[in-house]
Design a protein around this ligand. Structure first.
Ligand code: G3P
Length: 256
């Protein structure tokens, strides 16, 4: 089964940044903990200063690492990920902000290796780093790793920065893509999604209406909504034809 075939199943649950209620987000332990409790996992990728794809959500390291406590890095505030080399990020602890346990940096390479072993479906959100790195460099670095790991069929790529999406299709036509959207829907939404060559639309919950879902689904796109932790709201969205919801709250799931 590939990612697009997964959308034949109803009521998909996506683990937002892994099991981020139980483990530090975007770490290997968050991926491990989400196995068997979701239909696919979502993680965030950006590049280090030396162009290595790493799994971190924020533009800076302060919230999800111990960077602010490391003497060697005290003059590097606000600790932008893009200003740190891989070897520097490997010195940080990405677990102690969450609980007492240490968690190492998760690189995209390590995440993909785990996903291949566990045969997990993975949504990789490409953070908007267009102000730092050329779009082609960002997309090429990420897609090269996916292709090298030979898991194109397990992956869906998404971004709020929509210029990456047609580029992804140029580099890897078989990997599905999705446009993330917050705030308001783009004008002429359906023609716009066609221009981007995406397979899916990922709106935030608060702008998602039944009318939008029906219009987008009728036009042949899949719809996954973020971030929906309320089970009643999840059911309402599913009843409108939404394929999946991103959630921070995972439950045991038995799927055939
Ligand atoms: O990709 C779905 C969701 O993760 C988007 O929001 O802020 O968590 O990247 P954010």
């Amino acid at each position: 089964m590939d990612f697009l075939e997964l959308f034949n199943k109803p009521n998909l649950i996506a683990a937002h940044r892994g099991d981020r209620s139980g483990k530090p987000e975007n770490t290997l332990s968050a991926l491990v903990s989400s196995v068997g409790r979701c239909d696919f996992v979502e993680i965030d990728v950006q590049l280090t200063k030396d162009l290595v794809p790493v799994i971190i959500h924020d533009e800076t390291l302060a919230r999800t690492s111990n960077v602010s406590t490391i003497k060697a890095f005290e003059d590097r505030a606000p600790w932008r990920v893009s200003k740190f080399a891989l070897q520097e990020l490997e010195q940080l602890d990405f677990g102690s902000w969450f609980d007492s346990r240490y968690a190492p940096l998760l690189t995209l390479e390590k995440a993909l290796t785990f996903v291949k072993e566990a045969q997990l479906f993975l949504n990789i959100e490409i953070k908007d780093i267009s102000h730092v790195f050329a779009d082609g460099v960002v997309v090429e670095k990420i897609i090269t790793l996916i292709q090298r790991t030979q898991i194109e069929h397990l992956v869906l790529l998404s971004s709020f920065y929509h210029n990456y999406l047609p580029l992804c299709k140029t580099y890897a036509p078989t990997i599905p893509t999705a446009a993330l959207q917050a705030g308001r829907h783009p004008n002429d939404l359906i023609p716009y999604l066609r221009t981007l060559k995406v397979d899916a639309y990922h709106p935030e919950d608060k702008i998602t209406t039944r009318e939008i879902v029906e219009r987008v689904r009728d036009a042949g796109f899949f719809v996954n909504v973020y971030t929906v932790n309320d089970p009643v709201r999840q059911q309402e969205l599913f009843s409108w034809g939404v394929n999946g919801v991103f959630t921070d709250c995972l439950r045991e799931r038995i799927r055939s």
